[in-house]
Design a protein around this ligand. Structure first.
Ligand code: AMP
Length: 541
């Protein structure tokens, strides 16, 4: 028997109209490329989104058209998220740190019709324009007074697209599985692959995020997404924040520790979200000033594993660390590690132990671990296997890429994450490695993450990475690459000795390389691929 309840399609535009009605004065604060701070509210933003939607229609954008953005975190980028999807088109966020080759590939693969860019990235567009589709038009995200000189034909000014348009919009209905957003993963091999989010997956992800991280996502709280709007929808915050009434503080392009500290202090940011490398920078600044930014109480850290020393440093200062795991293909949230009440009173060390895990799954994400033959492995906290997921917020195939799609689903339709993990009986996920980052020495696996965690606890180490290097006798051996802290000179013997105390002898690397910095991927993670090319394969990185 069918239930007798209304069926209204889940639509992204409903989030912002809801926020405008219910949390009209919750704020969006942005550090602008124009150099100042811009303040607005969900109510005012909702009106501007309507104007932008009218403007997009006038520029000929219709349902299913792809509209690209190349921009920092700011209110105009946020407006684009809603206006583009609201009219049934697809918001294609581009990561400005991609190589020219990758950017050319994805703009053409997506057949983008319009490209909105921050002034900062205009030189990139001017250089690559000849390689983009002929009919692509460029809109520069600023006002008339700040429009730069550009050789681009017919470049438009963002504020002029909105000018004179009506501040309300009758958002159309369409099926809830209509495409809304497109984000390419930079990938380690082959071409970038596009994840195509729908209205349904986006709204469900936002709801799930709000019930899973309720202490942060609530009215009155101020959240800083350092995680960029150009990568996996800034982990869903542009949707979760307005849905819950939380205010958003957008940092623009200044992501160094000092700029973040100043912004957080001034704007009384409660919770900040981003990858571990960003938090290392902020922690340095906190140490130098000897205090936390005012009002700061929480970080969400993900994108790569949070080291024990990072978790300890923040928790010791009273900042709650929520370690989260996810993927572009998962919208992205899969698990989060806020502890259940019964663990709140655990001794400090035990709580940190727990927080090193990636935590428990969010509603709607099922997880299984399997062996090389696809047989299910127990959730005993000890057995590691290939991690697979399924759910309403997980991709069912890459955008117009059947070949890549064929490689990532098992016979039961589960998506292969490429991560290796254990799951304990209480449901806590522990990522032990990426399949391709594992080190296999003499037939035994060595987890690079375990080694990195130990080394990061050395006071003289700012950052580190462990990679596999080929070895005639053992196939592969681990190599430790270390970035020392500015004022420190950690010794090779000390670091290896530290590892020898905690690990079996064969798991300890044979050598340590000291470097000034580690190469980063387009999403700010340490690029092990580049390191392997440099040290393991002896090639050009
Ligand atoms: P991306 O799609 O670029 O966001 O990358 C997703 C991948 O980042 C995952 O498959 C993991 O390998 C890694 N990752 C994300 N969060 C974590 C985490 N908390 N701990 C360990 N690895 C992570």
């Amino acid at each position: 028997m069918k239930g007798l309840m209304m069926h209204r399609p889940l639509k992204i535009a409903d989030i912002i109209t809801f926020a405008a009605d219910t949390y009209p004065s919750s704020e969006i604060v942005s550090v602008r490329t124009e150099g100042d701070i811009h303040r607005t509210t969900y109510k005012e933003t909702s009106a501007r989104i309507s104007k932008l939607a009218h403007g997009l229609r006038k520029l000929g954008i219709g349902e299913g058209d792809r509209v690209a953005t190349l921009a920092w975190n700011g209110y105009r980028h946020f407006e684009l998220y809603y206006a583009i999807s609201g009219i049934g088109a697809v918001c294609h966020t581009i990561n400005p740190r991609l190589s020219a080759e990758q950017m050319i590939y994805i703009v053409n693969h997506a057949s983008d019709r319009l490209l909105f860019t921050d002034v900062t990235f205009l030189p990139i567009i001017e250089r690559l324009r000849p390689h983009f589709p002929d009919d692509l038009r460029v809109v520069i995200m600023t006002d008339r007074a700040h429009m730069p000189e550009t050789p681009l034909d017919g470049a438009l000014c963002y504020e002029e697209v909105l000018e004179g348009e009506a501040s309300d919009f009758d958002w159309p209905d369409f099926p809830e599985d209509q495409a809304a957003g497109l984000c390419y993963t930079s990938g380690t091999t082959g071409n970038p692959k596009g994840t195509l989010y729908s209205h349904r997956s986006t709204v469900l992800h936002a709801l799930s995020q709000c019930v899973t991280i309720p202490k942060t996502l609530q009215e009155g709280k101020r959240i800083l997404p350092v995680v960029p709007l150009f990568h996996v929808n800034a982990w869903g915050l542009p949707y979760g924040a307005p849905l819950s009434g939380a205010s958003l503080i957008f940092p623009g392009g200044a992501l160094d520790g000092k700029s973040l500290f100043d912004l957080m202090d001034r704007e009384k940011v409660y919770s900040a979200w981003g990858v571990p490398t960003v938090w290392l920078g902020l922690m340095n600044e906190i140490n130098q000033r000897g205090r936390l930014p005012e009002g700061f109480g929480d970080i969400v850290v993900g994108g790569s594993a949070a080291s024990r020393s990072l978790i300890e440093a923040f928790e010791k200062m009273g900042v709650n660390v929520c370690h989260a795991w996810g993927m572009t293909e998962m919208s992205p949230l899969g698990t989060q590690c806020n502890l259940p009440p019964e663990m709140a009173d655990l001794p400090f060390e035990k709580r940190v132990d727990r927080k090193q895990s990636q935590g428990r799954r969010v509603f709607g994400v099922d997880m299984k671990i399997v062996d090389d033959e696809g047989r299910r492995l127990p959730h005993d906290g000890k057995t590691s296997g290939h991690l697979y997921v399924r759910g309403n917020t997980i991709t069912e195939g890459y955008f117009e890429d059947p070949e890549a799609t064929n490689q990532v689903f098992d016979k039961e339709g589960w998506f292969c994450t490429g991560d290796v993990a254990a799951i304990d009986p209480a449901g806590f996920l522990l990522i032990t490695d990426r399949s391709k980052d594992l080190i296999k020495s003499g037939g035994e696996w060595i987890s690079s993450l375990d080694l990195e965690n130990i080394v990061m606890s050395h006071p003289g180490v700012a950052n580190c990475a462990v990679i596999a290097v080929p070895d005639a006798k053992w196939d592969e051996r681990p190599l430790l690459i270390v970035v020392p802290r500015e004022d420190a000179q950690p010794q090779k013997e000390d670091l290896l000795g530290m590892l020898a105390e905690r690990l079996a002898k064969w798991q300890v690397p044979d050598d340590v390389v000291f470097v000034d910095q580690l190469p980063l991927t387009a999403t700010g993670k340490v690029s092990k691929l580049t390191l392997r090319k440099q040290y393991a394969e002896g090639g050009e990185a």
